[in-house]
Design a protein around this ligand. Structure first.
Ligand SMILES: [Zn+2]
Length: 136
């Protein structure tokens, strides 16, 4: 799957976001190592801390279906579902991605299907705390 197709899969999730509080819609599309795509949107809650981001929604869907190996994730977002800028993953999502994804996992941010910025996970979460730290 090419980068643009993964971005478009994330974009298609924007209308599904449940965001009555922030009105900031986010869509994500996670590409597994074997080429399957799991999508997600952000789901807010009246107890704000119970909200879950689009990236984690996609990851939890994939892991719950037995997937453990991933190539890339595309993320798009914007107020009222209108994308005007890049929407990088929050710190919690970077940490959760690092649980399953290596330093070369790709994070695609887009503000249009043509304007895509690509980062390696290691760039967005340097010096990550991971499970190897618990066994030292
Ligand atoms: Zn997040």
């Amino acid at each position: 799957m090419n980068q643009r197709a993964l971005v478009e899969a994330a974009w298609a999730m924007l209308p599904k976001a449940y965001v009555p509080y922030s009105h900031f819609h986010v869509g994500a599309a996670l590409l597994t190592a074997d080429g399957e795509v799991f999508t997600g949107c952000n789901v807010e809650n009246a107890s704000y801390g119970a909200a879950i981001c689009a990236e984690r929604t996609a990851l939890v869907k994939a892991v719950s279906e037995g997937k453990r190996d991933f190539q890339a994730i595309a993320v798009v977002g914007g107020r009222d579902g209108v994308v005007t800028d890049f929407a990088p993953p929050c710190g919690i999502c970077r940490q959760v991605l690092a649980e399953f994804c290596g330093p070369d996992f790709l994070i695609l941010l887009a503000k249009s299907p043509e304007e895509i910025r690509v980062f390696r996970l290691e760039e967005l979460l340097p010096e990550a705390f991971g499970r190897e730290k618990l066994s030292e």
